[in-house]
Design a protein around this ligand. Structure first.
Ligand code: ADP
Length: 476
């Protein structure tokens, strides 16, 4: 057995999900904007710093050449300017002569040492190089020191400055952006909660509406805020209406059952009382009354049996006991059983079969259904009348037609004959032993086979019942 993972109720809340979606969508632009702005700030700041230092370094480089600093590093002016450059930009300045010797290092770490880095070599060839090492956080520039007249490269000027303060500014900006982002988040949280509450409100209204209907304060659901809620409301009202009808018909059924079951009992009571109330009752009268009481008991039994058949039919179609049956034989058997009744009524019973038919049916239920139709055709007939039963089939269905020359059913009653306890002429039906349940049983049995039943009738001339049932049972 697979165990379904249970999602906590809070997480299943539509309101919460909407809030999270709004927050997510709302924060995307803020996050992208922050990333983009900070990145472009960093690029711009580094490039500005490089241009600034480069121009300063060029001026100083010219002075170095002009003052022959490469030959004699004692010039106070140049030295102090080198220190100044180093201090202002928090960097290291080195002057390298044509022998790749470091003749001046503002950090005084490498003076007198030789430097042969790739950048220095390229600058000795005349290139001005500016390189940003973002991993280690510095900008390094190498500038050739060129004699303005002979254009000879006399040395290289190397400036390496830290980008720490750019990073510091960046951090500051980042913090600022974070505060703005948090503020946006807060405002968004508030707005999205309000919006989610408003959006979910119609659903909450529907729920309380249903509760009101349940407790009897309201009769129908009417939530028109969205097309969807309008549709659900309409469907709900439809369903509720149907349930009310079912409930009413059940109540009606129960009251009908009670009434029908009481009638024979009342008759028996009257018969018994009248016997008891008389002195010296002749035996013949006793016999007659007891005979009547026996008839009432038979009637009561018939009603109970019919009710039981109906209740059985009301159960799920899973109760059907489907097997492949020869329908011709099944009909023959029904007619054989009913022939004595027909003869008694002086009604001619004829069967006509157009082809052999095998079909998947519940033999007991189908027999009951067709028997009721043929029995009715005999019961509601005239002496000397006839009943024709015919069987035909195509590749999909078989058709049973029960036609009689009887009293017929008035047009206005035709649509009610399948209702439980419905009888066109109560007294006549009762006289001939009808319970009003036969056609309800028949219709249920036909529908359980996914078939259809239709009646046509002309009053005084006769009635036709057409039954159509699939040859192969269609399980739902
Ligand atoms: P009942 O047990 O009274 O026959 P049914 O449910 O079988 O009940 O039939 C309902 C009513 O339909 C009957 O009371 C009768 O009035 C009418 N009816 C049924 N079949 C026929 C028929 N073949 N000819 C005329 N009336 C019929």
């Amino acid at each position: 057995m697979s165990e379904k993972k249970k999602i906590p109720k809070v997480l299943k809340s539509l309101k919460l999900r909407l809030v999270l979606i709004f927050l997510f969508i709302g924060m995307i632009p803020a996050v992208i904007l922050r990333g983009g702005i900070l990145r472009s700030y960093k690029t711009k700041a580094v490039s500005n710093r490089s241009i600034e230092i480069l121009s300063q370094a060029r001026i100083l480089g010219n002075q170095i050449v002009f003052n022959h600093y490469l030959e004699d590093i004692s010039s106070e002016v140049i030295n102090s300017q080198l220190e100044q450059l180093s201090n202002i930009y928090d960097g290291r300045v080195m002057v390298i002569d044509s022998n790749f010797h470091i003749i001046k290092d503002t950090y005084r770490l490498d003076e007198g040492k030789t430097i042969v880095s790739e950048e220095v070599i390229r600058s000795f060839r005349g290139e001005e190089i500016s390189k940003h090492d973002s991993d280690n956080g510095y900008i390094e520039m190498t500038i050739p020191l060129t004699d303005s007249e002979s254009k000879e490269i006399l040395g290289v000027f190397l400036v390496s400055v830290s980008t720490d303060n750019i990073i510091l500014n960046l951090e500051y900006l980042k913090n600022g952006a974070l505060i703005i982002e948090l503020s946006i988040l807060l405002v968004l949280l508030l707005l999205s909660t309000l919006l989610a509450m408003k959006l979910v409100k119609p659903l909450v209204n529907m729920s309380s509406g249903i509760m009101e209907i349940e407790s009897g304060y309201a009769m129908e659901l009417n939530e028109t805020a969205y097309a969807e809620t309008e549709e659900i409301s309409a469907r709900f009202n439809q369903l509720f209406g149907r349930m009310k009808i079912i409930d009413q018909s059940r109540e009606e059924f129960v009251s009908n059952v009670s009434h029908e079951l009481k009638t024979p009992l009342t008759s028996m009571k009257v018969l018994a009382d009248s016997l008891n109330g008389q002195e010296n009752v002749p035996v013949e009268l006793y016999r007659e009354f007891m005979n009547d009481i026996g008839n009432e008991i038979d009637r009561e039994t018939k009603i109970i049996n019919d009710l039981l058949s109906l209740v059985k039919m009301d159960r799920a179609a899973a109760d059907l006991n489907i097997s492949s049956e020869n329908i011709n034989e099944l009909l023959e058997l029904i007619l054989k059983r009913l022939r004595p009744i027909a003869e008694k009524q002086n009604v001619e019973l004829v069967m006509e079969s157009f082809r052999p038919v095998m079909a998947e049916v519940d033999e007991v239920k189908l027999t009951l259904a067709i028997s009721n139709l043929v029995e009715n055709a005999i019961k509601y007939n005239h002496p000397g009348g006839w009943v024709h039963v015919s069987l035909n089939a195509d590749h999909q269905y078989f058709y049973v037609k029960v036609e009689d020359s009887g009293i017929g059913i008035p047009q206005e009653d035709l649509e009610h004959i399948y209702e439980r306890f419905y009888r066109v002429d109560k007294s006549h039906s009762r006289e001939i032993g009808g319970t009003g349940l036969g056609l309800a049983i028949t219709r249920n049995a036909v529908l359980m086979h996914r078939g259809a039943i239709k009646a046509f009738s002309t009053e005084g001339e006769g009635t036709i019942f057409n039954v159509r049932i699939p040859l192969n049972y269609i399980a739902s």
